[in-house]
Design a protein. Structure first.
Length: 236
């Protein structure tokens, strides 16, 4: 799904946000992207959906070379990617349901189906009573759930989630992780950027750790023996 070859992002004043990143993420993987504030997590995600190009190196997403992509092919790439932005990026002049509907409008889904699917998704996220409100009338955590609904309503092949539980209390954070896990179980490749240790410790997923723009750790998913596997182990 994703290949990066020696990708770097350098901003003016010789600030390196990413340095020499090479990695592969297979279709269907669930990956945590972690590292302290300023490590480059958001920068990396932005490049994966074509919001930014690397200064050097190559990035391939869903078979497309981001480095060489023309502006006209960006929408086609984005139709395949659900994005939960760190700052939500909800449209202030659209209602909650219309913020979610936009993903389906872009995908060319019929009007009747759009409302039904947007409602369902929002109800699932506990926002059934907020459909016609504007985003600014919602709490931070509620806005975050609208952003999550918008990213997932179209069952995207790839989900990029930037601190998707950052503003949520622990119970709600786990609900959101369940919803992301559901999408993963249905086949979505998932990348979650987070520096929340309680989230990281809870799930066994592969972990990419950035430090000052460098990929310092790529830890394989932890494999726990299943109940059957344990039973099959020889007794000491
Ligand atoms: N447009 C920009 N111009 C200059 N420097 C930038 C720009 N965007 C990001 N940076 C720098 O790149 C580095 C990585 O930023 P990034 O937002 O990717 O970090 P992050 O890991 O997402 O941090 P956080 O956990 O706080 O969200 C930071 O040092 C940041 O200041
Ligand atoms: Mg960030």
């Amino acid at each position: 799904m994703i290949q990066m070859y020696h990708a770097e992002k350098r901003y003016e004043g010789n600030v390196y946000a990413l340095r020499d990143i090479s990695l592969t993420i297979e279709r269907g993987e669930f990956v945590f992207l972690t590292g302290s504030s300023g490590a480059g997590k958001t920068t990396l995600l932005r490049m994966l959906f074509g919001a930014d190009k690397p200064s050097t190196g190559q990035i391939i997403v869903a078979g497309r070379n981001i480095t060489k992509m023309t502006a006209s092919s960006v929408p086609e790439l984005r139709r395949q990617i659900g994005v939960i932005f760190q700052d939500f990026k909800l449209l202030p002049d659209r209602s909650v349901v219309d913020n979610v509907a936009i993903t389906l409008e872009i995908a060319g889904v019929s009007r009747r189906e759009i409302r039904a699917r947007a409602w369902n998704m929002l109800r699932r996220l506990g926002l059934g009573h907020r459909l016609d409100h504007r985003p600014k009338a919602l709490s931070g955590g509620e806005q975050q759930r609208v952003a999550i609904a918008r990213a997932l309503v179209n069952d995207p092949p790839l989900l990029l989630a930037d601190e998707p539980t950052g503003n949520l209390d622990p119970d709600l954070a786990l609900d959101i992780m369940d919803i992301i896990a559901d999408a993963h179980a249905r086949g979505t490749t998932v990348i979650v950027a987070t520096h929340d240790p309680s989230l990281l410790d809870r799930y066994p997923h592969r972990r990419l750790v950035l430090d000052q723009g460098r990929l310092v750790t790529d830890r394989a998913p932890e494999t726990y023996p299943t109940a059957i596997g344990r039973a099959a182990l020889p007794l000491p």
